[in-house]
Structures are given as structure tokens and as C-alpha cells.
Design a binder for this molecule. Structure first.
Ligand SMILES: [Zn+2]
Ligand SMILES: [Zn+2]
Length: 360
């Protein structure tokens, strides 16, 4: 009897406690925000990382819907310098969640002008302007056509820029810092040709053509402190990429799974959606299987390979494992499947390590 009464009392207490938590949940959540907001405002990934070259994955998805991955985006942190390569949908939000201060982006490089690589540019430009009262527009460097994209986006956001200037005044939102400024280059015509886009403060960035026809597309090589990262951009298996990736510490390569792509193609055809089926058929021609990405890494003799831009989408965690296994069948070195928030660090002192920085 006593036990039953005790249990009854406990149940009442638990229900009361639960009701208390339920009743005060808004207050509890607000107190939590009070704590985390201060940390978020002070967070700067660049200051936390050791001197060296770092690949920070601010978007590892593709045009296909996947709520776990932003569109293509890779931030390269070279000592105190921040550069971003491509800005797909959700890139700016992921940069913020990683503690990468967008007002400090020195330049945003585009691999090509496919929509999934540029449809987050507008928000990065806004954050570049708003979060640090930038007095210069965001520098956007890319292949021929970049000025047209940038001009169109600047025009699309001109009304918004006017509103923000009126809301906050020119000290907070300097009019000269709004939007983007384009710097175009012609994609090198031949394999083995590189165009040097930056060689200052110990950071060297070159672009080289890759095979993503009919798109004019490039990959990039970034060097700092004796370390190097090569970015494939979107490409089918590319010999120019092998040339430019030779001896790099890290190769960041896109990947499409022919087997998963065939499943999506068949599902579309079975549903009578021939147009979608045709797209899944066509994309195999201008992307790279993980086996071929492994072959590129092996031929170039890079120290490690990281796969990104997963096609099709990978909403089930085990799916990226199939990409890694396939790449390992053709490449002897370590292979990683990038997630949003991952950082692969190449410290000046040597070595390589991975960490995860998706904080809130
Ligand atoms: Zn793409
Ligand atoms: Zn593309």
C-alpha cells in the first residue's frame, strides 16, 4: 500500500515537473539563447584554426533536393585569409553556422555558372555587406559570363539595398559596399594551361579548364604555407585536373554514383516522367563516378581525396559509404565523404586532420 502511494506520488511529481517544463519551455529556450548568442557573435573559425590551409565545407549538395546539404560551397582558409569557391543555395547560412565571418571574404571564385553554383551568391553578398559594414562590394571572380550574372543580381537586389540603407543609415550599411563586383577571366583552352588569379601574401590561386561541356568550367589550385588543395569543380574525368592536382595535399572532387543515378532514372521512367528520366541519363556525361575520381587522385598522386557535390542526393547516411568504397577501389590513399560543416586542415607544421564545425 505504501509502495503504491509512493509510486502515485512520484507519478504526480513527474507530471507536475513535466507540466512545469512545458509551461516554462519558452523561458528555458530564451535563457539558452541568451547563453549561445554571445558565443555565436564572438565565434570566428579563422581565429580558432592553426596557421595553415583549411578546406571548410559550406555546401556539399547538388541541384537535387537534400535538406542535409547546402548547394556547392567550399571556403578555403589560408592563414588569416578567407576565400569561398561557389555559393549554392544555403551556402551563406552554412558559412554563418560554421562561424566563418562573411564580411572577411576576400574573393568568391566561381567554377562555372550552372545555377546550383551561383544561386546562393545573393545572400553571401548581403552578409558580406551587412555583417561588417563593408565599404567595398563582394569580389566575385569567375569565367566569362560572371559579370552578366553579377550585374543581374545587383539589379535584382537594388530595391532591397535602398531599403536597408534607409533603415540603418550609411554608417551601418555603407552604400559603396552593397552587392558584388565581377572579375572575369577566359577559361584556358588547353590541358596543362593555368591562369594565375592571385599571388599575394603567400597565397597563390590558379584556375585550369575541366571537362563540363557545354559549360565553360574550371577547377582551382590553392597554395599556402607549403600546402595545397585542388578543387575539381564540376567535371567529367579530366586529364587537365590530373595535371594541376599533381602532388597536392588534398583533392576535393565531385562525384556521381552511376548505380544510384540508374535507380533514379528508372523510378522517373516508371512514373511516366520522361523529362526527369532524360536528365538522370544525361548528367552521367558531365560528372565523374567515384571510381574515376579515385583514378584521378591516384594518377595525380595526391595525399587524400574528399568527395563532395553528391549526385544523386544522399538523404540516407549509408549512401555516402558506397561513394567512398567505390573511390577506394581505384585509389590507395584516404577517402572522405564531406558533410556540411566539415573542415579538413593542413597545418603549416604538417599533417592533416578533420573536425566538424556546424554549431547551432
Ligand atoms: Zn553542380
Ligand atoms: Zn555544373
Amino acid at each position: 500500500m505504501k509502495v503504491r502511494a509512493w509510486l502515485g506520488g512520484l507519478a504526480v511529481a513527474l507530471v507536475a515537473a513535466g507540466a512545469g517544463v512545458y509551461f516554462f519551455r519558452g523561458e528555458i529556450a530564451t535563457r539558452l539563447v541568451e547563453r549561445t548568442a554571445q558565443t555565436a557573435m564572438q565565434t570566428s573559425l579563422v581565429e580558432e584554426l592553426p596557421d595553415g590551409l583549411h578546406a571548410a565545407f559550406c555546401g556539399t549538395g547538388s541541384p537535387l533536393p537534400d535538406r542535409t546539404r547546402a548547394g556547392p560551397c567550399l571556403a578555403i582558409i589560408a592563414g588569416p585569409h578567407t576565400f569561398v569557391f561557389d555559393a549554392g543555395d544555403g551556402a551563406s547560412e552554412t558559412l554563418s553556422l560554421m562561424g566563418i565571418q562573411q564580411q572577411n571574404i576576400e574573393a568568391l571564385y566561381l567554377t562555372h555558372l550552372h545555377s546550383d553554383h551561383i544561386d546562393g551568391l545573393d545572400t553571401v553578398a548581403l552578409q558580406h555587406w551587412a555583417s561588417g559594414s563593408a565599404r567595398q562590394p563582394l569580389n566575385v571572380v569567375g569565367p566569362t559570363g560572371t559579370a552578366r550574372v553579377v550585374g543581374g543580381l545587383n539589379e535584382a537586389y537594388a530595391i532591397d539595398q535602398g531599403y536597408r540603407l534607409t533603415h540603418h543609415g550609411p554608417e551601418v550599411m555603407p552604400p559603396t559596399g552593397a552587392g558584388m563586383r565581377a572579375q572575369e577571366f577566359a577559361v584556358p583552352l588547353n590541358d596543362g594551361e593555368e591562369i594565375e588569379l592571385r599571388n599575394a601574401d603567400g597565397v597563390r590561386i590558379v584556375a585550369f579548364r575541366v571537362d563540363h561541356a557545354p559549360t565553360d568550367a574550371v577547377g582551382y589550385r590553392v597554395e599556402y604555407a607549403g600546402r595545397s588543395i585542388v578543387i575539381s569543380g564540376d567535371t567529367s574525368r579530366s586529364t587537365s585536373l590530373v595535371d594541376s592536382a599533381r602532388g597536392a595535399d588534398l583533392l576535393v572532387h565531385e562525384a556521381i554514383s552511376p548505380r544510384l543515378d540508374a535507380i533514379m532514372h528508372q523510378a522517373a521512367m516508371n512514373s511516366g516522367r520522361e523529362n526527369i528520366g532524360a536528365i538522370f541519363h544525361d548528367i552521367l556525361d558531365y560528372h565523374t563516378s567515384p571510381e574515376d575520381a579515385g583514378r584521378v587522385a591516384q594518377e595525380a598522386g595526391v595525399d587524400a581525396l574528399v568527395l563532395t557535390h553528391f549526385l544523386p542526393q544522399t538523404p540516407i547516411p549509408g549512401l555516402t559509404h558506397t561513394f567512398v568504397q567505390a573511390a577506394k577501389s581505384t585509389y590507395d590513399g584516404p577517402v572522405f565523404a564531406a558533410r556540411d560543416g566539415d573542415v579538413i586542415s593542413l597545418p603549416r607544421a604538417g599533417g592533416m586532420h578533420r573536425s566538424h564545425h556546424l554549431r547551432f
